[in-house]
Write a protein that binds this ligand. Sequence first.
Ligand SMILES: C[S@@+](CC[C@H](N)C(=O)[O-])C[C@H]1O[C@@H](n2cnc3c(N)ncnc32)[C@H](O)[C@@H]1O
Length: 299
Amino acid sequence: MFEPCEKCKAEEARDEDGICPYVKDDDNLPLRCIGKWSEDKLDYLGRYMDIFNKAMKYKRPKRAYIDLFAGPGKCIIRDSGKIISGSTLIALEQSVPFSLIVSVDINSDAVSALEKRGGEYKSETKLKTFDADCNLIADWIREEVDPSYLILAFIDPTSMQMKFSTIRKLTDGLSMDLIINYPLQAINRAYRDALSGNETVFNDFFGTTEWKERILGLKSQYHIATKLLPLYKQQLGGIGYKDITELDSDKPFISDEVLVKGPRNIPLYYLFLASKNPLGNKLWQEVKKIRPDRQGQFF
Ligand SMILES: C[S@@+](CC[C@H](N)C(=O)[O-])C[C@H]1O[C@@H](n2cnc3c(N)ncnc32)[C@H](O)[C@@H]1O
């Protein structure tokens, strides 16, 4: 049905923002060039939005979605050329709609494409966009929502851009579920540099300097990022996200996250839910049971 998109295999398409320099959609707006695994990630996200909105429709009529790394709204899968909706458009397509969507991206081309695409939807959802580094505008985002909202936020960076202090500031005093892309590859690539003195990114990402002693205390430095996941979850526990997993687990692979793998089966990131409410975790378990290929999944 779809022609393979040979042009998307170009190296230039793999910039930090992932916008394809060659191929545009029929609307002549930019597309994000993605691998098949990103479609799987969006499948989990879309199904969580669906179950979240349907379960909370009557109890919490004011529901907001916050997309901190939103992209241009549409993506092209590089091996098939298939074009799919990105996270913000998936939120706009919900059959039980969010009342409000707040989308942020540091790339102004992405934000302007997203605004145009979002404007095409005849939806009762209000879409507010910010062309900014999400770490710099937590106060502005918070002006859009108040404690009367039930909120779902998606943290979908390309690397370790999400500062823990931003998560703390954004979530304080609010009912906000987080779907987090925990970037294994980025952490595994950067930890040696961090240990040699460039600590800022790690300190900012984990919101503590404890990562250092954890790494230095390890017998083997394989899978560092996975071994630091309990620290990240401990940090989330410290700001009210207590139910996410067995915090002391020495078997992080069989806890609550979905492991998303890329080419040659390389682990790329964990996707997991952090909720302050046990119901959020119950809903995530339902979502996790079904794999994107629609086979039952058992853990
Ligand atoms: C993995 S993509 C997000 C894809 C998007 N969720 C989707 O479904 O298409 C990461 C996005 O984050 C943006 N980005 C990178 N650093 C950022 C930052 N500090 N603040 C906000 N956006 C950022 C990039 O421009 C890129 O569009």
